[in-house]
Design a protein around this ligand. Structure first.
Ligand code: DQA
Length: 144
């Protein structure tokens, strides 16, 4: 089994109650379950994490880089301003895919720019929690 880190940034643990008209009504536990099950079907051993803390997220990206672990990351609001996270993501030694539940391009202007996009292998956004499954499928091709 290939280990995969799925990293979630600030406020994502509040899925289900957080702006459901934008993020849907599935909870964070539902999201983890769907990632664990779908990941397993692809032969991935999923390590699913969430933090509101930028330093912790950076540490996890270092851990992934040091151990050549593929990453699916929803940086949440960090997407739009954290150059420190971008620098950490830039060190990736295995594929790294950016994922979003909503489509930031169809929302407020400040969400139109991702500081991580330029260092990720690719990005998937706008398909609800299914974005994560699409990212895992894309990852499967990249790690073949
Ligand atoms: C998000 C989009 C970001 O703009 C926002 O700050 C989030 C969630 C998404 O998954 O749609 O927290 O990353």
């Amino acid at each position: 089994m290939t280990k995969v880190l799925i990293l979630n940034g600030p406020n994502l643990q509040r899925l289900g109650t957080r702006e459901p008209e934008i993020y849907g009504t599935d909870t964070f536990a539902d999201l983890e379950k769907s990632c664990q099950e779908f990941g397993k079907s692809l032969g991935f051993d999923i390590d699913f994490r969430q933090t509101d803390d930028e330093a912790t997220m950076i540490k996890w990206l270092h851990e992934a880089a040091d151990n050549k672990i593929p990453v699916v990351i929803n940086p949440a609001a960090f997407t739009h301003y954290s150059y420190a996270l971008r620098d950490a993501a830039a060190m990736h030694t295995a594929p790294l895919i950016e994922v979003h539940i909503s489509n930031p391009m169809s929302r407020e202007d400040f969400r139109h720019f991702s500081v991580l996009a330029g260092v990720a292998n690719g990005a998937i956004a706008g398909f609800g929690i299914n974005s994560y499954q699409l990212a895992l499928s894309a990852l499967k091709e990249l790690v073949k």
